[in-house]
Design a protein around this ligand. Structure first.
Ligand SMILES: Cc1cc2nc3c(=O)[nH]c(=O)nc-3n(C[C@H](O)[C@H](O)[C@H](O)COP(=O)(O)OP(=O)(O)OC[C@H]3O[C@@H](n4cnc5c(N)ncnc54)[C@H](O)[C@@H]3O)c2cc1C
Length: 257
């Protein structure tokens, strides 16, 4: 066993994955529940999908459950997604299920990888590639360079569709809207901002507002609430899972799958 062979194994495999992702069908920004579900289903449907996550650990807002109590709740409608990712849950009340947050995060991450999505952690999407009125890719940098404000130039990845799955931050739509003189597909053409907690309509709206917000740019999960003025919902996750599933089917069609 030689150290240099271990090093070569890491670099060669990482670069092979990266080369495959340079021209993806779909780039999803954010590896929270909605992005992981979307990525997993898209890969299963034969779409070349890349998920970019700025943190060390994918999973987004799942890990902490509700205020650090390590369970989240889903509703009946989302049980099929849990089953597709082999995630156990406990029936609870009429149509609710309690899911161990750590089981949910790790199950969605492993499920997405096993289905064929490429996930890169420690990558920040800092901007978009826009050509002829269409979003055509992402501008990316290394998390450590960004954290330390090092003057390191970003590189790019092309995609037929880019997804903002960045949660409350709606980082991609926010940056795109503030840097460019563009009208989003929202009343007023700008992100509207999230409203106070009201779980039931919030869950429905997350799924309804999973859509194309500008040619080539899509939103799913909690960023739909920030972009379209939806309510927040607290630690119920069915809407996030169903939003990811809806997006996967929309984009598979766009990609001809
Ligand atoms: C501290 C905290 C408190 C929360 N409180 C509530 C609440 O009270 N009510 C509620 O409804 N929801 C709350 N949430 C969010 C809740 O967890 C969500 O409902 C759910 O996790 C959202 O899922 P998502 O897939 O939309 O995105 P998230 O789970 O938020 O995941 C988004 C991911 O995108 C990544 N990301 C962001 N910007 C970039 C970028 N530029 N490049 C690469 N990656 C990026 C983030 O690191 C994150 O992993 C909270 C989340 C956190 C973290």
């Amino acid at each position: 066993m030689k150290e240099i062979d271990i090093t070569r194994g890491i670099i060669e495999n990482h670069v092979a994955d990266l080369m495959q992702s340079l021209k993806s069908d779909v780039v999803i920004v954010g590896a929270g529940p909605s992005g992981l579900v979307a990525g997993g289903y898209l890969a299963e449907l034969g779409v070349n999908v890349t998920i970019l996550e700025k943190k060390l650990s994918p999973g987004g807002g799942i890990w902490g459950g509700g205020m650090g109590y390590k369970y989240v709740i889903t509703q009946d409608e989302a049980k099929g997604v849990l089953d597709d990712f082999d995630i156990p849950s406990k029936p609870f009340e009429d149509n609710l299920h309690a899911v161990d947050a750590i089981g949910l995060a790790s199950g969605l991450i492993f499920g997405a990888v096993r289905k064929g999505a490429k996930i890169f952690n420690l990558v920040v999407v800092e901007d978009l590639l826009v050509r002829e009125g269409k979003v055509r890719g992402v501008v990316i940098n290394n998390t450590f360079a960004m954290m330390n404000h090092f003057p390191v130039d970003p590189i790019t990845m092309e995609a037929r569709a880019v997804v903002d799955a960045t949660g409350h931050e709606h980082d991609i739509v926010r940056t795109f809207s503030s840097k460019n003189d563009v009208a989003l597909n929202t009343p007023g053409g700008k992100p509207i901002g999230e409203r106070s907690m009201f779980a039931e309509p919030a869950e429905d709206a997350v799924v309804t507002n999973t859509t194309e917000v500008y040619p080539g740019l899509y939103v799913c999960g909690m960023s739909t609430a920030a972009v379209y003025g939806g309510y927040r919902m607290g630690p119920i996750f069915g809407g996030m899972l169903l939003s990811g599933k809806k997006l996967a089917h929309m984009l598979a069609e766009v990609c001809g799958k």
